[in-house]
Design a protein around this ligand. Structure first.
Ligand SMILES: N[C@@H](CCC(=O)N[C@@H](CS)C(=O)NCC(=O)O)C(=O)O
Length: 302
């Protein structure tokens, strides 16, 4: 059976980032499709409250946030690497640009472009997710500025590719390619007229084709019910707690994203490092699971 379960939906841009990473690593994985809006009862049973997509499940270990999914894929399946030139610190830092600055420009362009065609239920859900106004019609006013921003970011990609390299850091694809790529993929698939923002940018369209050709690895699918069964019948990994967190070891802590989708998840601290925090919790649907979060962008409170 395929070890990697990937809780996702096909139109999700952060899922596309990971699908490309799975493609670079030529891995076999099973998609567990989740709803685009709440409720997501099976996902929340696995995570303890975290609702964002994507989430990776390996047995009874649940990995939240694309940042940590990338790190865990690289740890378990190091070859071929997502860091063909080394520089992994810079590549992870590059995700903070692509996932926040570039992504927010893409969101404004797509949803401003769609305007009143965005379904009400989606708008309501995203207001609840962000805790802020989400008004596609009002976003239309910001489109010229956001398009100029997006073009300026595309020029960075073009500069990077100008020496004839095939991918952003050299001749092999890596995380830095997946980071940028999913934003262009999102614009092109969710609001095709805006693809004109990068179709005429030197070097970018060919690079885009090359990343598309990497593919998504060997994809199959699994039902949500079966993913819960797998969690129930698996044992989570045991971890170690970093010395700096020793006073919290074995105690209940609450972990939450610090940007949006801040739903808190509470469990017993069983693992930590500079890069991650892991908590153990139980749910009648899943049995004991360990839920892993990245450190960057997440708070840990006792
Ligand atoms: N920092 C998170 C961001 C994930 C994110 O914003 N995902 C979007 C979908 S691509 C989401 O969860 N939207 C709300 C939802 O699907 O319920 C990550 O890297 O995984």
């Amino acid at each position: 059976m395929t070890a990697i379960l990937f809780h996702q939906y096909d139109s999700s841009p952060f899922s596309e980032k990971i699908r490309v990473c799975l493609g670079i690593k030529k891995l076999a994985w099973a998609a567990v499709d989740q709803p685009v809006i709440m409720p997501k009862p099976e996902l929340v049973a696995l995570t303890g409250g975290y609702r964002r997509i994507p989430v990776m499940q390996i047995g009874a270990d649940i990995y939240c946030d694309s940042q940590l999914i990338v790190r865990e894929l690289e740890r378990r399946y190091p070859d071929p690497t997502l860091f063909p030139q080394g520089d992994s610190g810079l590549a992870y830092a590059n995700a903070l640009w692509s996932d926040r600055v570039l992504f927010q420009a893409a969101v404004a362009i797509i949803f401003g472009g769609l305007g009143d065609k965005v379904p009400d239920a989606f708008v309501k859900d995203r207001i609840a997710l962000s805790g802020r106004p989400f008004d596609p019609v009002a976003m239309q006013a910001a489109i010229p500025h956001m398009e100029a921003q997006f073009r300026a970011h595309m020029a960075l990609l073009s500069d990077q590719l100008a020496d004839g390299r095939r991918f952003l850091t050299g001749d092999r694809p890596g995380l830095v390619d997946a980071n940028s790529y999913y934003n262009l993929w999102f614009v092109r698939s969710a609001f095709p007229p805006a693809a004109s923002l990068f179709e005429d940018v030197a070097h970018v369209p060919h690079w885009l084709q090359r990343v598309t050709a990497v593919g998504h690895g060997d994809r199959s699918s699994m039902s949500r019910e079966d993913s819960l069964h797998l969690a129930r019948t698996s044992e989570p990994l045991s971890g170690t707690v970093a010395p700096r967190d020793a006073q919290l070891e074995g105690k209940a802590v609450t972990v939450a994203a610090d940007d949006y989708g801040r739903d808190p998840v509470t469990g017993i601290l069983v693992g930590s490092s500079e890069h991650h925090v892991a908590i153990r919790r139980e749910d009648p649907l899943t049995g004991a699971v360990v839920v892993h979060f990245p450190r960057i962008g997440f708070s840990v409170q006792d």
